[in-house]
Design a protein around this ligand. Sequence first.
Ligand code: PMP
Length: 365
Amino acid sequence: MKPKSRIVNIPVYQPGKPIEEVKRELGLDKVIKLASNENPYGSAPSVQQAIVDELSQLYLYPDGGAVELTAELAQHLGVQSNQIIFGCGSDEIISLTARAFLEPGDETIMADQTFSVYKSNAEIEGAEVVEVPLVDGTHDLHAMIAAVSEDTKIVWVCNPNNPTGTFVPENELISFMDRVPEHVLVVLDEAYYEYVVAEQYPQSVKLLDRYPNLLILRTFSKIYGLAALRIGYGIGNAAVVKLVNQVREPFNTSRIAQAAARQAIRDQQFVDDCRSKNREGMDVLLGEFDRLGLPYFPSETNFIMVDTKHNAMDIFQGMLRRGVIIRAGHQKYPTYIRVTIGTPEENEAFIRALEETLQEQTANV
Ligand code: PMP
């Protein structure tokens, strides 16, 4: 067999280790997963009821255009229905956008430590990836503009950035957008939008009228707690959304996902509660990191990237043995781990395991 030559060396996406696998491998009864930035408070009870109510309809194909959901979301966001596209997670909007815009010979710009799915999809389409170093864990929009060439098709800005949790403020984003040439699409990934509390964070939907080359990505996987259902969306200029729609499969989101997302939008109280509980958890964890003398990047998300001052893969293994799954292995930051903010009990167990692991590592040195 002869696969497409450019896909041969593309790494398979490595998700956070599943809880059941770790339990089995290590013979542990209790395992805590703080590795995939899921919502530790689950999803709203009203959304779970909407899913149950949809069960009798499973023999029917979903509405391929997600018309009712789109109309509700458009109203919620204050945009037109033709400015929204749904995907099987925002992952799919990333791949569809790459499919619609990138071809061999094109260049695409992204940070050197950001969400890995941009790079893999760009490479699948044969585009050349230009990686611009993060500065202090934050996108360097000046350097990103400087990297734009005649061949640039897409610039990816993950805001807040995964894995660092940092954000670019509205004034910087606006001066960046003012300088991006019209032939370049800017994909602004706001997967953690609902967790942000910083006042300088961009209100990006308001910018869509000004910048026809802006595409915003959001998801129901994070604060809405619906990662299993795989539903996310893009918001942009109608012409951009149409292009992405042209390469979309006919039934890319399920009936259950659409029903759940509709109810999730109506239940903003759940979102507000989760945002404030996340802040309380963040304050506790940052206090503990300060106590332990561990530096971290300022985060506007439901995760924190913290410098353990040891090889992060060793810390990962030590934590795993104690039944706590976190993330490590970030090329640019080999001593940092990324931890999702959990429930108060999970955060306490995480800190206990981290302290023990750090002591063990120090003893080993
Ligand atoms: N963008 C970012 C920055 C993410 O962290 C994630 C999830 N890890 C996604 C997009 C994709 O999320 P989903 O496909 O579940 O919507």
